[in-house]
Design a binder for this molecule. Sequence first.
Ligand code: MRU
Length: 341
Amino acid sequence: MKPVEWLGNKLKIIDQTQLPGKLAFLELRNYTDVVAAIKEMKVRGAPAIGVAAAYGIALGAQDIKAETKTKFLSQFDKILQAFAAARPTAVNLFHAIDRMKKAATAADFAAIKQALIDEAKSIHADEEGATRRLSQLGAKLIKDGFTILTHCNAGALATAGYGTALGVIKAAWEQGKKIEVIATETRPLLQGACLTTWELMQENIPVTLITDSMAGYFLSRGKVNCVIVGADRIAANGDTANKIGTYTLAVLAKENGVPFYIAAPTSTIDLSLKSGDEIPIEERNPEEVTSIKGVRLAPKGVTAANPAFDITPHKYITAIITEKGMVRKPYLHGLKKLFKG
Ligand code: MRU
């Protein structure tokens, strides 16, 4: 399954808004279509957003007509700004923009367009490799017979790679461990009900779908051995932004003595932010709350809120699983160490 695929002069993506009913592919031929696909969550999940943006930036660069590098870079900057405005929380997007900017600045003018395609491919390969390695590391935490609760979708679809939280689950399964998964539906956009169940069923991994409100019931009855979720941005102190509802799960897990793990590549760590208070939280269209898949639920005119992410304070996190190692409290030192040497 290739959620994001570079085809030389266009970007092919799985339209995740049509899953699980339809496995539809979109071929995006210019950067504005890629920006729109990210905003409309046809491609979503922090690492996949970064990878799609990198390819989108390279795609946009191919259409630039400029006689000098300076003129090229000023047009290029408009493309970077368009992607920076797509979605605010997933830091992988901004790390990809930074890498593409550096690649453009460093390249000779004659080779700049190819250099950007190469950098986008390198970002993709890095995420692919990182998600595989962290999944192998995280699988050590999973024992035979475990039931794992997960929230949102942090699989191949969300990473354009192997997956993070779902990658750990897949790796444990591939090691022959008999495991089961409980997936929360993840309102308002149902990434759990529509994407996580679909991915796990493709792998024949046993999964039970629950509503978000049922998690406390299963945690309090000892039905869950650990919780594993992904991340959109991890601050220097370990505070973690992830899909709305993650914080609730973390508090419930702690209350019931259940380990709570974050699985994320280091491209999701943002050491420039001291704590979760500084992480920008995306506010999306309230209609995503008042309706499901376009079917209106709530009365016309009702006021609805729709913060797309929340912050789990580091005190609720048992460990952060990255491709460079597992980090436990105190996170400030442990996360910095990942980037040394
Ligand atoms: O709004 P989304 O679907 O992009 O949110 C995705 C999540 O919160 C994921 O858990 C996170 O991006 C990690 S994906 C490996």
